[in-house]
Design a protein around this ligand. Sequence first.
Ligand SMILES: NC(=O)c1ccc[n+]([C@@H]2O[C@H](COP(=O)([O-])OP(=O)(O)OC[C@H]3O[C@@H](n4cnc5c(N)ncnc54)[C@H](OP(=O)(O)O)[C@@H]3O)[C@@H](O)[C@H]2O)c1
Length: 332
Amino acid sequence: MDLDFVRMGDTGLQSSEIQFGTWRFGKETEEGNVEIDEERAHELLDAYAEAGGRFIDTADVYGGGKCEDWIGDWLAQSEYDREEFTIASKIYWQIREGDPNSRGTNRKNVRHRIDALLDRLGTDYVDVLYIHRWDDDTPAREMMKTLNGLVEDGKVHYLGTSTLVPNEWKVAKANEIALAEGWEPFTVAQPRYNLVDREVEGGYLEMTDDYGIAVCPWSPLGQGFLTGKYDREDGLVGESRAAESSRFREGYLTEENFDVLDELEAVAEEVGATVAQTAIAYHMHHDSIAAPIIGARTVEQLEENLGAAEVALSDEQVERLREAKGGPYSDI
Ligand SMILES: NC(=O)c1ccc[n+]([C@@H]2O[C@H](COP(=O)([O-])OP(=O)(O)OC[C@H]3O[C@@H](n4cnc5c(N)ncnc54)[C@H](OP(=O)(O)O)[C@@H]3O)[C@@H](O)[C@H]2O)c1
């Protein structure tokens, strides 16, 4: 296995065709279990790099900062140079109780948070800085000018938005301000998108297509729902930390979603791939998408998921998956 590179939208940046997400590093479940500890985190990063993976996605709140610390330690100890990797992080969520300035994209918070996260990662720059959510309390002009300053200072290479539907008009407005001022616009987007969560289809993907924004979907496996380990009658068949979340169980284990899973399982069998590989491959056959961000709790899951790069789907199979949940559809 040696992952290829793909172009990130209209930028000159190339990403691994599958990006590795680290949300679960140091994350505690509702039952008090840690999803991925430091040792496992380092094993996963080793396995991803070994397969040729060179794009790591993190955020400054993952594991309360532990996630970036562990990535930084891994980079320092590993046989690889930091420069070989494209690293994306995110800023937004409140970090100090009672302090409204410690949340969002106001200038004070962004300038403080970028320095703190670079310190944890042990690097002088991140390749992509996402705003983790949209901050309606900060004017778009203040946010874009502040973010542009980080690019000019060399602390950030590209700007990303991981905000959700229906914020696409706000992203477009912010980009128009930036372009008119000669500032850096958003060139990367990270929305939730998988075969059962389809809210980006329509306006959001039309916006990203129009601006040439690279789309990197998160939760391409529906947090593990689209892997074949959930059954309509029996629920979870196998092991999962993600399923310890009541929000996950209520959001994903629905009759409508199991209908999509039935079609996915049928296509997986036809192409001789696993259910998880087929769900990821769907994204890799999608014209509006640059590269999906996959998660994995074990090295075994990660290696299986990276095998998606070798799965070929026919147009007819892509169409069946696309129609399994019903519209609206984006062009594929
Ligand atoms: N911008 C945002 O707001 C945002 C939000 C969410 C995620 N993200 C990014 O997107 C990344 C991926 O999100 P995600 O973790 O939800 O991705 P995902 O790929 O949809 O789900 C990953 C989870 O599914 C299960 N799984 C993965 N592969 C499997 C396999 N082959 N067989 C069985 N189970 C498998 C594992 O959980 P269990 O084994 O515990 O079931 C794993 O932790 C994150 O790490 C993060 O970087 C960003």
